[in-house]
Design a protein around this ligand. Structure first.
Ligand code: GDP
Ligand code: IMO
Ligand code: MG
Length: 423
């Protein structure tokens, strides 16, 4: 068997959580392979809404194993809060949530370092989620990290040493802080982690594959936030792309199966950094309002704009996407016309390849399509789609060269339409 992957193709928040939940019944195992509590994956079903940060989105579909993979950075305090919230709503996790021994820990001082580095950057702030993601991955790459497996070996010594090193950096940066409360919550979180099964996830996953088990790898963030291929330096600190599933789970490249690429019918971004199709006018505000585009973790208003097919084509190339999933189609229900960016104009030249540098000289070139002015939210099958919506789907498929297999028409699990027609 192979591992199918589900990846955000834009700047995150595409709706990954919802679709992982919808696809989970077809799988035995769902595994997160990178990122940490910077993610906020929202799921809605039976009138309830849940936001997951580190726990994979397959957790609500009974009997499935969910794994926090080695590529993830885990904050014990936030993990504890997440576990307790789910348990309080009647979901028992301990028998189906496993954690990789090789996943790295976000220490309480990583969060402080995240704040300190951001404040030092002044106007060039990344606009991070402030969850210590960058500093935790920096320690991982710098070979100073603490791993879940360290809880079983000389943990106190390693922890004390790492905290002392971070405190010294904070002191040198003249950053004022109080770590006592953070540390207390963090240590309580460690006890929560110990309640779960800690596994050698690389062996576990490969054994499962050889036994014929079906595995879905859940990405966090999106391709345009990837550390190598995103809009650097305004990115996150991990490989969010398909290759990240190989390193973040210990799966060989030849064992990757379907690559689901997920995108919104328009585009959003949180935090700083280039966004060629961003709208600063009432149309942008209309998308924000209709799409409830406010961060699920930070509550920050998301920047909104038209769909960017140049960036999407790039993401599809980097990820090797085999099937597309279009989300939040219903948010576009009330527009007379909808624009799609098909190329950029840079210094008078038309460019179709996503460029190295995105600055003020990059101008999006649009094709204008008719809106459908129809409520999609109650539709059950593609036979009900209005002609203009079908034309929008076909235009995207033709421009990107990959079929759109699933269309989402609302936040609920049920508002999901699988397309069968060949385009
Ligand atoms: P993720 O990080 O990729 O899992 O996405 P988020 O959960 O951060 O953001 C997606 C938001 O859109 C959530 O509030 C979802 O409930 C919501 N959502 C998902 N699919 C749809 C859809 O098709 N239509 C609408 N209107 N909302 C959706
Ligand atoms: P999900 O999985 C949207 C953004 C932050 C910031 C940059 C770096 O819900 O799609 P970080 O805290 O990772 O160092 O922040 O990346 N960012 C996200 N934006 N969705 C996310 O996750 C994000 N995770 C990080 O806003 O611009
Ligand atoms: Mg999100």
């Amino acid at each position: 068997m192979k591992v199918d992957t589900l990846l955000g193709l834009q700047w995150g928040d595409e709706g990954k959580g919802k679709i992982v939940d919808v696809l989970t019944p077809d799988y035995d195992i769902v595994a997160r392979f990178q990122g940490g509590p910077n993610a906020g994956h929202t799921l809605e079903f039976e009138g309830q809404k849940y936001v997951l940060r580190s726990i994979p989105s397959g957790i609500f579909q009974g009997g499935k194993i969910n794994i926090i993979g080695n590529g993830v950075v885990l904050d014990p305090a936030l993990f504890k809060a997440e576990v307790e919230a789910l348990e309080a709503s009647g979901h028992n996790l301990s028998d189906r949530l496993y954690i990789s021994r090789k996943a790295h820990l976000i220490l309480p001082t990583h969060r402080l370092l995240d704040q300190a580095y951001e404040s030092q950057k002044g106007c060039d702030k990344i606009g991070t989620t402030g969850k210590g993601i960058g500093p935790a991955y920096t320690d991982k790459i710098g070979r100073n990290g603490l791993r879940i497996g360290d809880l079983e070996y000389n943990f106190t010594e390693k922890y004390t040493c790492a905290i002392a090193r971070h405190k010294e950096i904070l002191r040198q940066m003249n950053f004022e802080y109080d770590v006592a409360d953070l540390e207390k919550e963090w240590l309580a979180g460690i006890e929560t982690i110990k309640r779960f099964r800690l596994i050698d996830s690389d062996h576990f996953i490969n054994k499962a594959l050889s036994e014929g088990k079906k595995i879905l790898a859940e990405g966090a963030q999106g391709t345009m936030l990837d550390i190598d291929f995103g809009s650097y330096p305004f990115v996150t600190s991990s490989n969010t792309i398909c290759a990240g599933a190989c390193t973040g789970l210990g799966v060989a490249p030849a064992k990757i199966g379907e690559v689901y690429g997920i995108f919104k019918a328009y585009c959003t971004r949180v935090g700083s950094g280039p966004f060629p199709t961003e709208l600063f006018d009432e149309t942008g505000q209309k998308i924000r309002d209709l799409g409830c585009e406010y961060g699920s973790v930070t509550g920050r208003p998301r920047r909104c704009g038209w769909i960017d097919l140049v960036a999407l084509r790039y993401a599809i190339m980097i990820d090797g996407v085999t099937q597309l999933i279009m989300m939040k189609s219903d948010v576009m229900d009330d527009f007379e016309t909808i624009k799609a960016c098909v190329a950029y104009e840079i210094n008078g030249k038309e460019v179709e390849d996503f460029p190295f540098e995105i600055n003020e000289s990059v101008k999006p070139l649009y094709v204008e399509l008719s809106g459908w002015k129809t409520d999609l939210t109650k539709m059950q099958s593609e036979d009900e789609f209005p002609e203009e919506f079908n034309a929008y789907l076909s235009f995207i498929e033709e421009t990107l060269g990959v079929n759109i297999k699933i269309v989402s028409v609302g936040p609920d699990r049920e508002q999901t339409i699988v397309r069968y027609a060949e385009s």
